[in-house]
Design a protein around this ligand. Structure first.
Ligand code: CMC
Length: 391
């Protein structure tokens, strides 16, 4: 039409300015506030990285202690909040439960819905980061039919989460430091990824002045799709379907067939056209976990063969399709003891940090206005209403 730029899928439209995350998709670079993801995954932890994403700088020792205690202070949910869970069918997918439960938080924390007060905004960010593990663990416990486990605030963020998931009345979960450290790494790797679909959803929802819990619920809903956060679940299901290394070729052939809608899950990325730097860190963490739990996972053989074939195949090379983070995270989470239904909730838990940091940055931007994309209208021209008996 000449009036608007047509950019389906927003492949070349910047929707905002941001100081949080930098990606160079051609070089395989991912930086949080300037720090390479590889260094943060190796040396930092989820709480420190969350502080970095929210505040722009690594915390001093005192700032870190204060932040940790504030997050710890907010881990509990109101007793009435449990009622929401009982309204779901016993086999409800935890992502469905999380969309509803997180949205419902706004009914419990009226002060956090006052988004114009910076102090209230800060409390809202802490509440969100603190309560999301509790909610994810509750969604898991509900799905497996076990009683909810209260948070234990003397434990590290990730250790507490593992305990809330895996403690049963007869036996308190004993935290394995290696496994907790691997999960913490997964959290760091997933925390932010600039303006992906779910983060853009959170910003768009927040641009109308909606409360933070409603915005994060919108992000969770968007993340659920198999082209986005649902890919780790889909990748593992695909590996299970392939089953044995000798069947890999057949699936690669299908992925290349233009008439077959099948895609190799865990391959390809909108932004990374060289390699996904998170996938490299994840691949290493995956092997560490498998060694720590002593599991010889046959799916790893399938994954290794698939990776090898795809990296050498002309189709994948030409289209620059590389394994992404979801390719390895599924196997790792499975070794940690999580069922596939929990993979995307774990992604949501980690991404909550990025979502809330981006939401905060947006509200603090003096140029912030409501998001309102335009369209190219392709429907019928103006015409007159036709009465029913004349159609
Ligand atoms: N298997 C086979 N072919 C593929 C794949 C794949 N996984 N991904 C892309 N292609 C082909 C696609 O058919 C198309 O071919 P052609 O040009 O002949 O039509 C070409 O590569 C470009 O694909 P596209 O869909 O236009 O690329 P995109 O940038 O829009 O899609 C993607 C990116 C991630 C949605 C896509 O690669 C995909 O569906 N991958 C599988 C799902 C997946 O692993 N998603 C996780 C993404 S990483 C996690 C996150 O950040 O959320």
């Amino acid at each position: 039409t000449g009036k608007f730029t047509f950019d389906p899928g927003f492949t070349s439209t910047a929707s905002c300015e941001s100081k949080i995350t930098f990606i160079d998709g051609n070089e395989g670079v991912l930086l949080y506030r300037g720090y390479p993801i590889e260094q943060l995954a190796e040396h930092s932890d989820s709480i420190e990285t969350a502080y970095l994403l929210l505040h722009g700088e690594l915390p001093t020792a005192d700032e870190c202690t204060d932040f940790r205690s504030s997050i710890t202070y907010h881990t509990m949910v109101h007793e009435h909040f449990k009622q929401f869970f009982y309204g779901f069918r016993r086999d409800a997918h935890p992502m469905a439960v999380m969309c509803g439960a997180v949205g419902a938080l706004s009914a419990f924390y009226h002060d956090s819905t006052d988004i114009h007060d910076p102090k209230h905004r800060e409390v809202a960010t802490h509440r969100m980061i603190a309560k999301i593990p509790t909610i994810a663990a509750m969604a898991y416990k509900y799905m497996v039919g076990q009683p909810f486990v209260h948070p234990r605030n003397d434990l590290h963020y990730t250790e507490n989460f593992l305990r809330m998931c895996f403690s049963v009345p007869a036996e308190d979960y004993e935290v394995n430091k290696t496994l907790a450290a691997a999960l913490d790494k997964i959290f760091i790797l997933h925390m932010d990824h600039e303006q992906n679909a779910s983060t853009s959803t959170v910003r768009l929802a927040g641009s109308s002045g909606a409360n933070p819990f409603a915005c994060i619920a919108a992000g969770i809903a968007c993340l659920w799709g198999p082209s986005h956060g649902g890919a780790n679940e889909a990748a593992l299901r695909m590996l299970m379907e392939i089953g044995t290394p000798d069947r890999v070729g057949e699936y690669v052939k299908r992925a290349k067939d233009k008439d077959d809608p099948f895609r190799l899950m865990g391959f390809g990325h909108r932004v990374y056209k060289n390699y996904d730097p998170r996938a490299k860190v994840m691949q290493k963490a995956c092997h560490e976990v498998l060694e720590a739990v002593g599991i010889q996972d046959p799916l790893l053989d399938v994954a290794t063969k698939l990776e090898k074939i795809a990296l050498e195949d002309d189709y994948f090379v030409e289209k620059k399709l590389y394994p992404n983070i979801d390719f390895y995270s599924g196997i790792t989470l499975r070794a940690l003891g999580f069922p596939t239904e929990m993979f995307t909730p774990l992604f949501a838990l980690a991404r909550t940090v990025g979502w809330i940091a981006q939401w905060q940055e947006m509200l603090e931007d003096p140029n912030q206005k409501i998001g309102r994309p335009r369209q190219i209208y392709t429907g019928a021209a103006k015409r007159d209403y036709v009465p029913l008996d004349a159609r």
